[in-house]
Design a protein. Structure first.
Length: 142
């Protein structure tokens, strides 16, 4: 009988040594929650800055191509699709904030850039997003 009692107590001791106490688990979970509360805002901020950079680059590229198209063809594009049809762009880029290729807002004007230009048309392009940037300005004004 004494031997079975010793065997039972040694099994219980090994079992207790293998597991974690409730306090240890709570401490680990608390540390994980604290780290996540610090990391998530930084991650969200990084995503926002990446989208803003992509929007700036896309706008710069499309504005440059509108000017090139106007100088090459001696007329301004009548739609953004003209840039794709003429081979200046493979396809229109997605607006990072509206997630659409069709939401760009072209700005037309009757002004002429060069003496050889025969037709006015699109002179600028903006995002259709109604959100504000991290700087406080509307993306639609960029």
């Amino acid at each position: 009988m004494e031997r079975s009692t010793r065997l039972g107590s040694s099994v219980r001791q090994r079992f207790r040594q293998r597991g974690f106490t409730l306090i240890e688990l709570m401490v680990v979970i608390s540390i994980i929650v604290i780290l996540l509360s610090l990391a998530i805002p930084n991650y969200s901020s990084s995503i926002l800055h990446a989208k803003e950079t992509a929007l700036r680059d896309d706008l710069y590229t499309m504005r440059s191509l509108i000017d090139q198209y106007t100088l090459d063809k001696q007329k301004a594009p009548q739609s953004l699709q003209d840039l794709v049809d003429a081979g200046y762009l493979k396809q229109l880029p997605k607006d990072p904030f509206t997630n659409s290729r069709d939401s760009w807002v072209p700005v037309t004007d009757d002004s002429i850039q060069s003496p050889d230009q025969t037709e006015p048309g699109i002179i600028d392009v903006h995002s259709a997003s109604d959100q504000n940037s991290s700087e406080g300005t509307a993306y639609s004004t960029w």
